[in-house]
Structure formats: structure tokens, C-alpha cells
Design a protein around this ligand. Structure first.
Ligand code: SF4
Length: 189
């Protein structure tokens, strides 16, 4: 579409609305967006992979440059997702590259108002100790009518959005092995 100088200035007035105005005038940004994307992955190595988040198993292509992930997108060759990813799958890249991602263990002691960084090994031991203590104190082998249950209802396991299939499989095996019956995961919410 050809724009006159006047139309261009009118459309561009106000930085916050400039792009929307250009689109509103019928200017397609698709070619520019596609070109920027092509340049970003031009030198990248493309590796076929699978989204880790759910059992749909959408196919992805992971682009890397010198071992660094620079892009992840749906694989159009896949017969079932045909290049599409749901919003969660479309954000897989942010699982790898995200300045907001927590990379240290934080702990808030009972009564404290501030979080403090702690060692991962200390945190793992602390979680194991509390789980064992709670389970030992609350484990029920049989109900009052004699029904065998071997469970504790005092511990609840809630999975988060970034837990993948394999982690969830191991998590529920561990929880059920301990007799924990309250198990939920974000993927069902
Ligand atoms: S989370 Fe979304 S993108 Fe990933 S496998 Fe499931 S449906 Fe596909």
C-alpha cells in the first residue's frame, strides 16, 4: 500500500499508537516480522524436538547458535500440531532464557519477614526432613472400620507450570509411594 507523506505523518503521530495506526491504514507488518525472524535464525542450527509440557507432544524446532538457544518454534512438518503451539508451548524459549527466572534457592524462616539465599543441598535435606516427620506423625494404615488405606492426608503436592512430563511422572510415583493422596498439577487447572 502506498502512503502519502501526510498520511504517514498522521499515522505516526504519537509513538504509542504509531504501529497500530500503520496497521490500521492497511500496512501489513507481516513481511517485516518474517524477515526479522529469518535473519535471527539464519545462521542457527535447527534441531527437532518435542514440547515437554503435556502429553500432546507437539513437535518443535530448537534453533541454536554455538550451543546457545536463540529460538524455539512449532515444527510445521508435524502431522498433529502442524507448526502450532499452545500459549504455554509457545513460551518454551522463556523457560531457557528469562531474566526473571529464579536461579537460587530462597528460604523464609519461621517468623521472618525477609527471604534469604540458602544452599540447595541444605534445602533438599530440610524438605526431606519435614516430609518424613509429617508423614511419620500422620500416617494412617487402616481406617476405624478396618479398611486398609496406607495414606497421609497431611501433605499436599502441587505441581507448577514448568514441570515437564517426566518430572510429573516421577513426582507422582514418589508421592504415591509415600502414601500422599492429595496430588495436583497446574496442567489440570
Ligand atoms: S503444552 Fe501446548 S504446545 Fe506443549 S505439547 Fe501440550 S498442547 Fe502442545
Amino acid at each position: 500500500m502506498a502512503l502519502s507523506r501526510r498520511e504517514f505523518v498522521q499515522a505516526s503521530a504519537g509513538a504509542g499508537t504509531a504501529l497500530g495506526s500503520l496497521v490500521g491504514l492497511g500496512l501489513s507488518l507481516k513481511p517485516a516480522t518474517a524477515r526479522a525472524q529469518t535473519l535471527r535464525i539464519q545462521e542457527a542450527k535447527a534441531t527437532p524436538s518435542v514440547c515437554p509440557y503435556c502429553s500432546v507432544g507437539c513437535a518443535t524446532i530448537v534453533h541454536t547458535i554455538e550451543g546457545e538457544i536463540v529460538n524455539i518454534e512449532g515444527d510445521p512438518r508435524s502431522p498433529h500440531n502442524e507448526g502450532c503451539l499452545c500459549p504455554k508451548g509457545a513460551a518454551i524459549y522463556q523457560l531457557h532464557k528469562n531474566p526473571n527466572r529464579a536461579t537460587k534457592v530462597l528460604h523464609r524462616r519461621p517468623g521472618a519477614t525477609e527471604w534469604e539465599e540458602v544452599d540447595l543441598d541444605w534445602a533438599m535435606d530440610r524438605v526431606a526432613e519435614l516430609v518424613q516427620r509429617t508423614r511419620d506423625e500422620t500416617f494412617v494404615e487402616r481406617l476405624s472400620d478396618g479398611t486398609l488405606v496406607n495414606h497421609t492426608t497431611a501433605i499436599f503436592s502441587l505441581g507448577g507450570a514448568t514441570l515437564d512430563n517426566e518430572w510429573n511422572h516421577l513426582q507422582q510415583k514418589l508421592m504415591r509411594g509415600l502414601g500422599i493422596v492429595a496430588i495436583e498439577n497446574q496442567a489440570r487447572i
